[in-house]
Structures are given as C-alpha cells and as structure tokens.
Design a protein around this ligand. Structure first.
Ligand code: 1PZ
Length: 206
C-alpha cells in the first residue's frame, strides 16, 4: 500500500507523469526524483518474504538493482539525469549501468502490476497460474533461457492464493483495494520511465 501512496502523492505534486503527457521532458516539467522513486521501490520487498526460498534469487537481483539506484541518487537527482549520463557515455545497455538497472527495476514493478491484475481477474486458488501469465507477459521475453527455466520451475513452489493473503495479513477485499491502488499508481510511472528511453531514441526490446 505504501508504494502506491508514495508514487501517487508524488504525482499530485507535479504533472510530469500525467496521463496524456506529451512532453514529459519538456522545459518546466517536473521530473521524477530518483530518491523518491527508490523509496517507493524498496517497499516492494515485503512481498518477497511471502514467496519462499525459490525466489530468493529474484529478491537479491531486485534488491541489488534498487541498491544501485539508491547509490546513484547520491549524485543524480532525477531519473533523467542517469539516462543522460549513460547516453553520453554510450552505456545505456551496459550490464550494471544505472540506466540498465533502472530498466530492470521498471520490469520488476511491471511484473508485480501484471501479477496483481491477473490475481484480480482470475478465480481459483492458483497463484502459480497468475504468476506464470504475468511473468510470461512482462519479463520472460527479456530473460535468458536459463533464467526463464528456473523461474518456471520455481512457480511450482509458490504458495496458494489463500496462503498468500494469509501471509500478507489481507483478506480478498482489502487485497483487492490495495492491488488496485498499486496498479493505478504504478502504470503512469512505468509509462513515464518508458518515455524517458523512447524520447532518447532508445528501443525497449531488451
Ligand atoms: C506472488 C508473486 C509471484 C511472482 C513470481 C515472479 C517471479 C519472477 C522472478 C524473476 C527472476 C529474475 C531473475 C533474474 C533476472 C536477471 O537475468 C535480470 C538481468 O539483469 P542484468 O543482466 O541487467 O544484470 N535481472 C532482472 O531482471 C532484475 C529484476 C528482476 C526481479 C523481479 C522481481 C519482481 C518481484 C516479484 C514479486 C515480489
């Protein structure tokens, strides 16, 4: 819930990620602050504790990438700044670069968004199915064969839907409300991040 709150309170402060925003990079537009973004990203960590051992790798990957952005936030105030630096250095897609890690974190946020959407739109007690669909849509196309295989194998170890709700200390109703808030708060931010790349002629096929 906190992540939704932080992301949406930021949106209320500035118009930079408004829905029909045509010039996110235009002069006078408010940028998304990197430290604010990182604070929100860190809150996702609670979810990992519910997924079990098989997803420890996903957790350490995500935490490492957010950690790199936290480091970067000491020198760079906005998301645009880190992209501009990597564009200038030709390191946008270089493993370990801030711009690459930002893209990965964005994919993590989007994965959770897709998972929540699956969770809300399907009945039954299978979290595996919702997670598999979400992963196939959002992350699988960009992951290596080895990673994909490991993730699909790990899906068998996921808790059931009801077990997850129990661990999160939520009911169907409270979870629905919070997941919807997350989806609504995250979508414009994801779109905003994509535009940062696209407006610099960087494709998103990686
Ligand atoms: C109840 C929720 C169930 C959801 C289950 C979905 C789990 C997805 C697991 C994804 C594993 C990613 C493993 C590692 C991928 C790396 O190859 C890439 C490449 O990084 P690079 O080459 O740039 O160094 N790393 C990432 O994509 C990092 C971020 C992925 C983490 C996503 C986690 C999302 C949160 C899951 C739900 C809490």
């Amino acid at each position: 819930e906190d992540i939704a709150k932080r992301l949406s309170s930021r949106r209320n402060n500035g118009e930079a990620v408004d829905n029909n925003d045509h010039n996110v990079n235009g002069e006078g537009e408010e940028e998304l602050r990197l430290d604010t973004f990182c604070d929100a990203c860190r809150l996702v960590a609670v979810l990992f504790s519910c997924l079990g051992l098989a997803f420890k790798f996903a957790e350490s990957e995500y935490v490492a990438k957010v950690g790199d952005l936290v480091e970067a936030s000491k020198c760079f105030s906005s998301l645009e700044n880190i992209l501009d630096l990597d564009v200038a250095n030709g390191t946008v897609r270089t493993p370990g670069s801030h711009s690459r890690n930002l893209r990965r974190v964005r994919q993590g946020l989007d994965l959770i968004r897709a998972l929540f959407q699956q969770f809300l739109s399907t009945d039954g007690d299978s979290l595996k199915e919702a997670a598999t669909t979400a992963y196939s849509q959002v992350c699988a196309p960009y992951h290596t064969w080895a990673v994909r295989t490991a993730v699909y194998a790990g899906m068998y170890t996921l808790p059931s839907r009801d077990q997850l709700l129990l661990k999160l200390n939520e009911t169907d109703q409270t979870a629905e409300k919070k997941m919807k808030r997350y989806i609504n708060a995250t979508l414009p931010v994801i779109e905003y991040i994509d535009k940062l790349y696209i407006s610099r002629n960087i494709t998103l096929d990686w």
